[in-house]
Design a protein around this ligand. Structure first.
Ligand code: GRF
Length: 193
């Protein structure tokens, strides 16, 4: 079966990127890592897996449009069909949203619409929630606001720290994200047959 070409956008550690790379059943070939943080650990991971990287510093661009147009040239060159955000700490602007309408998804460590934005895990602990979770959603112009595709609950224990909770949440993320990717990519491809 033809593997769909995809790019991962990430800014940090890249454990979700790694989970995709390690999933033999992933319906996509990850052909590119786009990273907006020169020096981020995810870049080393991409190099280990032999995945092409495109590292940019947004400060080198006057506008978001210029920055994203530069990314667009590269993703188009590589015939990227889907974009998966995995800890990409930047809002996606109209340039990429219009080019990849309905083909950008994100994973977020909370049960959206609760706790969007940064430090979702810390926010859930400080709010004394008993449950939080993971959400995979389509990306729109807002901060973690696009249509929700899948969610999974994670219990918060009374003695949880941000670290212990994060490790349980990430375990769920690493299984859920590839599963949801296969589902949405498969659905769209079926519609197009
Ligand atoms: C994940 O928890 C994801 O939900 C959030 O950013 C984190 C990225 O982690 N959007 P990693 O870089 O994949 O380890």
């Amino acid at each position: 079966m033809r593997k769909i070409k995809a790019a991962v956008f990430a800014s940090g550690t890249g454990s979700n990127f790694e989970a995709m790379m390690n999933d033999e059943n992933l319906a996509c070939e990850i052909v590119l890592l786009v990273c907006d943080k020169p020096g981020a650990t995810v870049i080393d991971k991409a190099n280990q897996y032999g995945v092409q990287t495109f590292v940019l510093n947004p400060r080198d661009y006057d506008t978001k449009q210029e920055y994203e147009s530069n990314i667009l040239i590269t993703v188009r060159e590589l015939e990227v069909e889907w974009i998966f955000l995995a800890g990409y700490m930047r809002l996606i602007g109209p340039t990429l949203l219009e080019a990849y309408e309905g083909r950008i998804i994100n994973i977020h460590p909370s049960l959206l619409p609760n706790f969007p934005g940064k430090d979702a895990i810390g926010q859930a602990i400080r709010a004394a929630c008993k449950t939080t979770g993971v959400t995979v959603h389509y990306v729109d112009e807002g901060m973690d606001t696009g249509p929700i595709i899948a969610q999974k609950k994670v219990e918060i224990f009374p003695n949880d720290t941000e670290e212990t909770l994060k490790s349980r949440i990430q375990e769920i993320e690493h299984a859920l994200y590839p599963e949801v990717i296969n589902m949405v990519v498969g659905l769209v491809e079926l519609e197009e047959v």
